[in-house]
Write a protein that binds this ligand. Structure first.
Ligand code: SF4
Length: 324
């Protein structure tokens, strides 16, 4: 399936310390270019990509639910039989205008950024007081509307001690899917590197507890940009496995459309011993900036017999195909 990721603009009502769009946004501002697409530009862009056979669209930004034309964009997707993912900080999901736009739509899901188990941590990361309450309220609203909600947590030094509590919170809010993403040191995350980016060694034991808690609460989880060798007992939870079932193209604001699968792999890097690893063919490795900062000593090749390797590759690909 071909998935299209459209960034409709960079305006946002949060200012997350790890946010990666900062660089692209500043490039537009310094060139005196508007940071948000007009309605017509969004519609034309969707028309252009429909010709390539896209089946699913991810509407993202910035914060797409802030847009007055949110209903128009949703209608355009529905009229063209596109499945929809709305990537959002969730603060507007209780707003009547937003609810009305998605009310009668079945093939829609919300990937909601929640970065703490309490207002202290979440609001510290978003740098907006009250954002935690609004996001939780928004999640509850969509759960009550019977919409599929996936919570997206960017792991950081600020929230790493409460990742397990985020699983409990998700469960209390009625959410059964969480994607934990390792931060990419670009934009805000590069500027706030020391405050934001942990090492894999810092979080390894924490991830184990998160996995146990999620199994106990029957919450489905995955980890993005966390290689197999960091969670060797839980390889099916490597989030990149989902890319085995689809390809993605992406348009950043006022830029050319690119193949996300190629670009993503080009901005990740593996270690010099990764060629010895049995999972080398399906592993993307960490973000390049991680290796630049912390080196590659944590990446320990997984060595399996040929028979076990084939068994595991078949199994994880199958798990990957069933993922969120
Ligand atoms: S290929 Fe490298 S980064 Fe990936 S799991 Fe193996 S050792 Fe780790």
């Amino acid at each position: 399936m071909l998935v299209y990721d459209l960034k409709v603009g960079y305006s946002c009502n949060n200012r997350c310390k790890h946010c990666v769009i900062e660089d692209s946004k500043n490039k537009l501002i310094s060139n005196n270019i508007k940071m948000d697409l007009t309605t017509q530009e969004c519609l034309d862009q969707i028309d252009k990509e429909l010709k390539k056979g896209i089946k699913h669209i991810v509407l993202t930004g910035g914060e797409v639910t802030l847009r007055k034309d949110f209903n128009i964009l949703i209608k355009k997707c529905i009229d063209n039989n596109l499945g929809i993912t709305v990537q959002t900080n969730g603060r507007m999901l209780s707003n009547d205008r937003v609810i009305e736009s998605i009310n009668n739509i079945d093939d829609i899901r919300f990937v909601v950024a929640l970065h703490g188990a309490n207002s202290y941590t979440h609001d510290n990361i978003t740098q907006i007081q009250g954002s935690f309450e609004e996001t939780c309220q928004g999640i509850s609203t969509m759960v009550k509307q019977n919409k599929l909600v996936i919570i997206k947590v960017v792991i950081s030094k600020i929230n790493m001690l409460e990742l397990e509590d985020i699983v409990k919170l998700a469960n209390n809010l009625g959410v059964k899917y969480i994607c934990f993403a390792f931060p990419h040191a670009q934009g805000g995350a590069r500027i706030n590197f020391n405050e934001v980016i942990p090492t894999y060694s810092n979080i390894k034991d924490i991830l184990e507890k998160v996995i146990n808690k999620s199994e106990e609460m029957k919450v489905n989880i995955e980890f993005e940009a966390v290689p197999f060798c960091i969670i060797p007992k839980h390889m099916r939870l490597v989030g990149e496995l989902k890319y085995l079932r689809s390809s993605s193209i992406c348009t950043q604001v006022k830029e050319k459309t690119f193949e996300w699968d190629d670009i993503r792999k080009s901005i990740k890097r593996k270690g010099k011993n990764c060629f010895k690893c049995s999972l080398d063919s399906v592993c993307e490795g960490p973000w390049s900036e991680y290796i630049d900062a912390f080196g590659e000593d944590e990446l320990k090749p997984i060595i399996l017999s040929e028979e076990n390797k084939n068994k595991i590759l078949n199994a994880i690909c199958k798990f990957g195909l069933n993922k969120i």
